[in-house]
Design a protein around this ligand. Sequence first.
Ligand code: HQG
Length: 170
Amino acid sequence: MTDHTLSKRLSYLLRHAPHEAGLTLGPGGWMPLEPLLAHLHVSRADIERVVAGSDKQRFSLRGDSIRANQGHSVPVDLELAPAIPPDLLYHGTHPGALDAIQCKGLRPMNRHHVHLSPDIETARRVGARRGEAVILAVTAGEMQAAGQVFFISENGVWLVDSVPAGFIDG
Ligand code: HQG
């Protein structure tokens, strides 16, 4: 299996389908490495190489466990500490979602949180996964001041339950 394929398999198992490996996520979203290696027929060295080479630092290794840093759809408490966001954060999306977003705000859809990027370039890459990218600025500082709790994942993605339309600048 190529590193790219292994990275995709890890994302899938750690975020969406640990049961397919006969496993469950422990506290913090951690999964024991040994049974995962057996399920994937890969070595610890293979996993270490993919974790170190992940362009977005998608995974963390700690001792004999691994987790995805964000992006889950299975129930998980990542045990992240609340953090104070910068005044502006960015969300990359696609033109087809704009009307709904302007009306209902940003929703987590199939994930646990809305994902926000600290810079426009990263948001553009996120949006471009679905074709033409549209970048929205979120007035995160105002949202936080209004009582909304923000978290930052280990790989620098800002996470929030939702973003009401009033905090989105087209
Ligand atoms: C859109 C990838 C209609 C939202 C990325 C997005 C990121 C709405 C899509 C991470 C909406 C959800 C997350 C509303 C939001 N109505 N559409 N009210 N609110 N949307 O994949 O942010 O490569 O769940 O704009 O790089 O695109 O997997 O979220 O287009 O970091 O590591 O609904 O996933 O990282 O799509 O991406 P997603 P996302 P990885």
